[in-house]
Design a protein around this ligand. Structure first.
Ligand code: MN
Length: 264
């Protein structure tokens, strides 16, 4: 499934599609969480669909955290976020969620609870007559072979089952350790090896027969004019530390636009 290309036609040709990614939600970033709540409750009204293209959560260690019997602030937080997202389908707005490199363990139980449909990576959407290939973006970072090795391991179903069979408390402490190791990662220099490669981008355009691409992951928001088409990179969301960042892409009959977050 992961490497196939798939296609959906959007339900209502008039209403816009919204794209976001890389929110890295967790219970320690209240302003970023509030911006997401505002986006789902207010901004998304009137949309045909919302597409979350990976790294919605800072980490995800298994859908069992959603069970009401699991205590603690983190479990309460993810249950609150999941219930919030479910209000989209209640309002007739479709929600599609793709895995990122942080939340690749989001499973069927989560998707059901959030009222979401899982999107394979990459995926082709036909919107307003244009075929758009969407991806998280990490698979395009082919200049970083160590990361690509980790990605293959992390997406291996045997490795995933082995991890998910550990007790929840142990999985949470492993995730916590990986997260503190990657805090330094947030400050890493913008080295070329952490960006997508021209070759991987060209190959994805070719393989999917598209000329428009949307992805996240690199936290380098831009609209790039590539040889084979236009590549939009979404921003990450960060309203709790440093310079506020965030935003979303709106796709409608007029094309694609990058818009800032509406904050209360
Ligand atoms: Mn990512």
């Amino acid at each position: 499934m992961i490497d196939g290309t798939h296609s959906v036609e959007t339900a209502d040709a008039m209403r816009p599609l919204f794209f976001i990614s890389d929110l890295h939600l967790n219970d320690t970033i209240p302003r970023t969480v509030a911006a997401f709540e505002h986006f789902i409750e207010v901004t998304a009204n009137g949309a045909d669909s919302v597409f979350i293209l990976g790294d919605l959560f800072e980490f995800w260690v298994g859908d069992d955290v959603l069970k009401p019997s699991v205590a603690g602030p983190r479990a309460a937080f993810v249950r609150r976020m999941t219930a919030l997202m479910h209000t989209l389908s209640e309002r007739g707005i479709a929600l599609y969620i793709m895995h990122g490199n942080r939340d690749f363990l989001l499973g069927k139980g989560f998707m059901r609870a959030a009222g979401a449909l899982p999107l394979p990576d990459p995926f082709v959407i036909t919107a307003f007559g244009t075929r758009i290939v969407v991806a998280h973006g990490d698979a395009l970072c082919t200049a970083d072979p160590a990361y690509q090795r980790f990605r293959r391991f992390a997406r291996n179903s045997v490795a995933q089952r082995a991890f998910l069979s550990l007790p929840l408390t142990m999985r949470l402490s492993i995730a916590e350790r990986m997260r503190s190791n990657s805090e330094a990662g947030r400050m890493r220099p913008a080295e070329a090896k952490y960006d997508v490669t021209r070759e991987a981008v060209a190959q994805l355009f070719k393989r999917t027969d598209t000329h428009t691409m949307i992805h996240g992951h690199t936290h380098l928001p831009a609209r790039h004019r590539e040889t084979d088409g236009v590549r939009w990179v979404m921003p990450d969301w960060e309203l709790d530390h440093g310079e506020p960042r965030g935003g979303y892409l709106r796709v409608d009959a007029e094309g694609i636009r990058a818009l800032p977050l509406e904050l209360e």
